[in-house]
Design a protein around this ligand. Structure first.
Ligand code: G6P
Length: 367
């Protein structure tokens, strides 16, 4: 292809560095700079009255959808069902006519997601797709498409497309909440401002390269890694674990931090590092006490936090990465970046084929 690596070692590294740009471009597409309001294309249905949403996707796009569920439920008060597309296509859930089907895909061609789209369509569900490839099969078969402005993504493991998906879902949440009357104008301004602030905060994450490489040196020695988070940081943990598995071939599992005591706590010892995403959101204290339980059992804590949480986290963690403090709403977008960077640095240490990991394809067009 004509796209080079611009001096980066891998496409993945180059694409990681495009996070700030891509978030900014996607916001430019969705927010009117004059009014600072989210503007959606004309919809053939009314967001104010859709009875519920069904979100489906595969891989990283599914985790973006999980963050979207937390946002749509909490901010827009919209009931959400979510499942991976390979399950959704065969589930036949009872659905109210007029519900919103929310499909998320970088390629717009993933076979399972496309099949789920078609099965939802048959049930008279409105289809809104969040896609990076705007001339894809899913784009043609959707009622409306919201584009992520991530540009071509070459690395098999998704990076910038994921944060662009989150950016679109955040904007969709604001528009849905406004339509449903669950967002007063002041709060809307606050959420938009938080989004507009993100590109520059995201650029600051790259100052943490050394701290992330120190974590990577520990993770690279492990056979198993446990990723933890709560609330919208739980899908961030899932994205981190998936990325690590995909490109470093180290086994990783993500758990909602509060659920650890119901199983994975029995695995914890010095050999299983715990990677946790703990910005100073309202779940900070709860997550920290989960981490303390892990530490008491010999767990080594590697924690992503922010400037406000840094002191309390560093008192218990072996390695920390300190990110800028951002609004709770956008914290999952910012926190994703270092988690993906960690997987990248581990893969580099392991010497794997980062851009073309074994057994994986960029777009899986067969069932
Ligand atoms: C493949 C890739 C993943 C990606 C998933 C969904 O499995 O390896 O990185 O998240 O497909 O792809 P899509 O194009 O639908 O987002």
């Amino acid at each position: 292809g004509s796209i080079g690596k611009d001096g980066y070692r891998h496409y993945m590294e180059k694409e990681l560095h495009e996070h700030p740009l891509v978030i900014g471009q996607t916001l430019q597409r969705m927010i009117d700079p004059a009014t600072r309001k989210v503007v959606l294309p004309d919809l053939p249905f009314d967001l104010a009255t859709v009875p519920r949403a069904v979100i489906t996707a595969c891989g990283s796009a599914f985790y973006a959808g999980m963050v979207g569920r937390y946002w749509l439920e909490e901010i827009a008060r919209l009931p959400v069902d979510i499942d991976v597309a390979s399950e959704m296509r065969y589930r036949d859930p009872p659905l109210t006519t007029g519900s919103l089907g929310l499909l998320i895909s970088q390629s717009g061609e993933t076979a399972d997601t496309l099949a789920a789209l078609r099965s939802l369509r048959e049930k008279a569900i409105h289809i809104l797709s969040v896609l990076n490839v705007e001339h894809s099969t899913m784009a043609r078969e959707s009622d409306v498409m919201l584009g992520t402005v991530a540009g071509p993504e070459i690395s098999v493991a998704s990076t910038k497309a994921f944060t662009a998906q989150l950016t679109v879902l955040a904007c969709l949440t604001i528009a849905t909440a406004r339509a449903r009357g669950t967002l007063d104008p002041l709060r809307e301004e606050e959420l938009v401002a938080a989004l507009m602030d993100l590109p520059s905060r995201a650029a600051e994450v790259f100052n943490q390269g050394n701290a992330i490489r120190k974590m990577a040196a520990i993770v690279a020695e492990a056979r198993d890694v446990l990723y933890l988070g709560r609330g919208s940081m739980f899908p961030v943990a899932m994205e981190g674990a998936l990325k690590l598995k995909e490109i470093s071939y180290i086994h990783a599992e993500a758990y909602a931090a509060g659920e650890m005591k119901h199983g994975p706590i029995s695995l914890i010892d010095r050999t299983v590092p715990i990677v946790a995403s703990v910005p100073s959101t309202p779940l900070f204290d709860k997550t920290l006490s989960n981490l303390q339980e892990a530490k008491a059992r010999g767990g080594r804590l590697l924690v992503f936090t922010d400037t406000q949480g840094a002191d309390r986290v560093s008192a218990i963690a072996e390695q920390i990465v300190v990110l800028p403090r951002v609004h709770d709403f956008v914290a999952p977008i910012l926190q994703t970046i270092p988690v993906q960077m960690l997987a990248y640095e581990v893969a580099v240490l392991k010497g794997t084929d980062v851009d073309q990991p074994r057994n994986l394809a960029k777009s899986v067009t067969v069932e």
